[in-house]
Design a binder for this molecule. Sequence first.
Ligand SMILES: [Ca+2]
Ligand SMILES: [Ca+2]
Ligand SMILES: [Ca+2]
Ligand SMILES: [Ca+2]
Length: 374
Amino acid sequence: MTFTQRVLSLFVAFVLFGTMASGIASANSAADNAIFEDNFDSYPVGVFPSSGGWNLKYSGYGASYQIVDNSQSVSSPNSLKLEGRSGWAACADRPLPETPDQVIFEVDVNVVKPGSSTGWVNSYVSLVDPNVGWGRAYGLVGFGANMLVGPGEVPYNLNQWYHVKVKIDIVDRIYDVWLDGELIGENLPLPADGTYKCVRLSGDNCGHTRVLFDNVLVTEVEDIIPVEAEINFDPDTLNLGSGGKWVTVYIELPDGYDVSGIDASGVFLNGVVPAVSDPQYEFVTNKSEYLKDTDGDGILERMLKFDREEVEAILGAGDEVIITFEGKVGYENEIDSGMAVFEGMDTITVIESSNVRENNGKKGNLWSNTSISG
Ligand SMILES: [Ca+2]
Ligand SMILES: [Ca+2]
Ligand SMILES: [Ca+2]
Ligand SMILES: [Ca+2]
């Protein structure tokens, strides 16, 4: 592919990605994606948080026990207290305004008083469809009567806060679970059909249980669509073993992104070789060296260099060898700022330069035969 062809073929990608740029930008910040959050701190103590949209689906030990409480909390001053009784759970359901296919559900849980050790669980948290049976669970995490958290069978203590995080994927119908940041269950099966409608917190029914909950957070997981970069790898033909310290790459980004925001240390060739970011080199620190418009289209490119030996070590000979690049670029626009992911590729010819090696060999022999030291 000639240079001009390459530029033309990428022009289409430019137009597409240019119009999407602001959308991509805002998708990179997780905090923007909250569907629902509640820290129970804005309610009066001693009442059920109906005013926040919570529904006392099952009343457990009695409705008057299911209340906002200020005896212990993660975010101060309040948490939600639920008390179950034998055979009858206290379940607080909160319908969600949106139910995307991929969500992360988080909540802090503290089992204060256990029920009978022979029962099922002291507490569970889950996304549920409350209209199927007692509630069909999507991504359930239980604090067992046997004092193990399931999934994973991880021991837990009474009177201790645990941060539960569940990632639910309705498309692949699996979920993953973290307890205090540690992955304790992966690719666990969801029900084969249907989807969740609400968050459920349960002080469960294995006896008289008392459980505190705080900091409920449900966030949408959005696929981060990378920004498409235009890449020019130099040289177009790479002679393996022909020497030289670097290979050079020029990266151009679509409208809305400034290549001077690219962090060199986070750019990788074929996912493994990092760009040179050592500040001892002028081409790393000096803008006039690393910002150029080599194709003369008025858009600056970020020049990066990669260690030639490392690059050659992962490339095989071929006429059309694809080399990929990925990295991150800081951006700032009227709507948002943050880091966007970019990716791009170039195609080069790689030749196994056996001739060069033979010549080197002869050269070596020549030197040793000549024996300079005499
Ligand atoms: Ca709180
Ligand atoms: Ca090239
Ligand atoms: Ca260009
Ligand atoms: Ca340019």
